[in-house]
Write a protein that binds this ligand. Structure first.
Ligand code: ZN
Length: 195
């Protein structure tokens, strides 16, 4: 039985990166191979309990749902970011401009939610993921396992991140349901809780 009150609202964004001394590996566990469709295989061990239950439920409904990208280390994110910067560098672009462009698509190291082990990319990092049965299933059932779609199309101004239908974040069942009911993104919800 999943604990509906268990939660984790850690906010990791551009303006709120993980602290220098953050223990990146402190709460990780290895994900069972059967849940994976990529080669990275670690996530937060508490969130994993919920993710497993979610994937099992999806499979029971004949929906193909797999974890493509879970936890990423600081150095992995640095490499991903550097690759993205390179695609924006050309004769007329400065390094700084290229970094700014890159950061809308790939988080700067230290600012990626994947560092927390609480975020998961499913199946495929393509916008057409939103047209799949897996996405529809997640939209309907994700909250029952404490997961929210983190970067909605109409919240880009607030999240600073492009629409990513494949990126889901564990917050806990109670908060996930409330966030969806209110139609908020995590940034808005955390502010709302302060009031
Ligand atoms: Zn992601």
């Amino acid at each position: 039985e999943l604990n509906a009150d268990f939660s984790n609202l850690l906010l990791v964004i551009v303006n709120n990166p993980l602290p220098e001394d953050y223990d990146y590996e402190g709460n990780l566990t290895i994900i069972d191979q059967k849940y994976l469709c990529g080669y990275r295989n670690q996530m937060d061990k508490d969130a994993y309990i919920f993710a497993k239950a979610m994937l099992d439920a999806a499979w029971k409904d004949n929906v193909e749902l797999y974890i493509l990208s879970p936890y990423r280390s600081f150095s992995t994110q640095s490499a991903l970011f550097e690759n993205e910067v390179k695609t924006h560098l050309n004769g007329s672009t400065t390094r700084e401009q290229a970094e700014i462009k890159a950061s809308t698509e790939v988080a700067r190291p230290g600012t990626s939610e994947h560092h927390t082990g609480l975020a998961v990319d499913f199946n495929s990092v393509e916008t057409h993921f939103e047209d799949t049965e897996a996405f529809l299933w997640l939209k309907e059932h994700g909250e029952e396992y404490g997961f929210i779609m983190r970067y909605a199309e109409d919240k880009q101004d607030l999240t600073g991140v492009i629409y990513e239908p494949w990126h889901w974040r564990f917050v806990g069942i109670k908060h996930a349901k409330e966030i969806n009911r209110l139609g908020m993104c995590l940034e808005e919800y955390i502010e709302y809780l302060k009031q």
